[in-house]
Ligand binder design. Structure first.
Ligand SMILES: O=c1[nH]cnc2cc3nc(NCc4cccs4)[nH]c3cc12
Length: 372
């Protein structure tokens, strides 16, 4: 088996689980947050810095790496781990979601998706077979199936047709996958916000015996409560002995609420993206560092944080770096934001171990300023 999921403990207070995913590049303790490294780098971070903050697995995007530098080049380099000097686990998505949201979409057919590159406008075609060929070349430990994520809102018939196509595409991904023994292919459950369609997609996707499954079609603009509701009638029907991955979710409240509803893996561009434009996620809520009120504030970004950024620099200094357009500005706030989320996941794992996750949620929300 490419990966082995070990269920360590189920929380008494909720659907939360503690687990370990054994992969060819090491063990992942779940629940886990995966920093996003779209173009074979977690922007502004070195692999050493990622290890310092105990990142266990990172995500890279197939769409971007196929367009530039090309999956054949990465394969020649010895695969993505070698190319980017990251020897821990990697997960790649299939590129489908990016094509729908980034590339200039030409048309969708049963065969696949024709699109124009967002880089140079050149014409390309992505299909289940092509996506798996690329992911096989990149060599990630976990690879995602080529699916169609329905937009939100979308009418029932559209969502039904889309989930049924996703199921047909999954079969084609499985047949095209060259290395199932060393790259774990995850299926993706769709079905929009419709309970019966979610259950139809569950039955169809789970009919394929795969090492893990993702809940797709969420975090696409729907209200958070609707996302939580969909999880409540989806995750309990997913296998207990396999990892569950909620795609594209990463704000602190959604991470905690997702774990409580039985999710093991998360990814989101949020902490790195907002970090680059000067928004820090701190234990007392968000700090928008370019704000004038921090000009002479010699406190750390987050007084309760023990990360390198918070131990070494003041808000005034980091604000100066942003105002001066210094590259170090992005690096310091990215470093802190990733540490913040990875530390949050560590505290969540500890709370599950001690059967006090709901208490942890209440304490965190009070400090962070969320309403329960
Ligand atoms: O169903 C999905 N299938 C494959 N990839 C995804 C990625 C996803 N990312 C988000 N949300 C985060 C976003 C990132 C950019 C725009 S929304 N939702 C997502 C859903 C899917």
């Amino acid at each position: 088996m490419a990966i082995k999921y070990e269920l360590i403990k189920v929380c008494k207070q909720s659907g939360a689980r503690l687990g370990k995913i054994h992969t060819p590049h090491g063990v992942i303790e779940t629940p886990i947050f995966m920093p996003v490294g779209t173009q074979a780098t977690v922007k502004a971070m070195t692999p050493e810095e990622l290890k310092k903050i105990e990142a266990q697995i990172i995500l890279s995007n197939t769409y971007h790496l196929y367009l530039r530098p090309g999956h054949k080049l990465v394969e020649k380099a010895g695969g993505l781990h070698k190319f980017m000097n990251w020897d821990k686990p990697i997960l790649t998505d299939s590129g489908g979601f990016q094509v729908f949201s980034l590339g200039d979409l030409r048309k969708i057919s049963e065969e696949g998706v024709e699109f124009r590159s967002h880089i140079d406008g050149s014409k390309h075609f992505l299909s289940p077979e092509k996506a798996i060929e690329i992911e096989n070349s990149l060599g990630a430990d976990i690879i995602m199936a080529f699916d169609e994520c329905a937009p939100y809102p979308a009418d029932r018939q559209y969502v039904k047709n889309s989930l049924e196509r996703t199921t047909r595409w999954l079969k084609r991904c499985i047949d095209a996958h060259k290395y199932p023994e060393r790259q774990a292919l995850f299926g993706i459950i769709q079905g929009g916000m419709y309970k019966d369609l979610r259950h139809q997609s569950l039955n169809e996707i789970l009919s394929f015996d795969l090492p893990g499954y993702a809940v797709g079609g969420l975090s696409v603009g729907e209200p958070k409560d609707l996302m939580y509701e969909v999880l409540e009638y989806t995750t309990p029907l997913m296998p207990k002995d396999k990892p569950r991955y909620l795609m594209g979710v990463g704000s602190p409240d959604c991470l905690i609420e997702g774990v409580i509803r039985g999710i093991d893996m998360f990814d989101c561009v949020h902490p790195t993206r907002i970090g680059r434009n000067g928004t820090a996620m701190t234990s007392i809520g968000r700090v928008v560092i370019k704000n004038a009120k921090y000009a002479e504030d010699f406190m750390p970004l987050d007084p309760n944080c023990d990360c390198y950024t918070c131990k070494s620099y003041s808000r005034a200094y980091i604000r100066h770096l942003f105002k001066a357009g210094e590259i170090l500005a992005s690096r310091l706030v990215t470093y802190h934001n990733l540490h913040f989320l990875l530390n949050l996941m560590k505290e969540i794992r500890q709370a599950i171990m001690e059967d006090r996750l709901l208490d942890y949620r209440r304490e965190f929300f009070q400090k962070y300023g969320y309403t329960l």
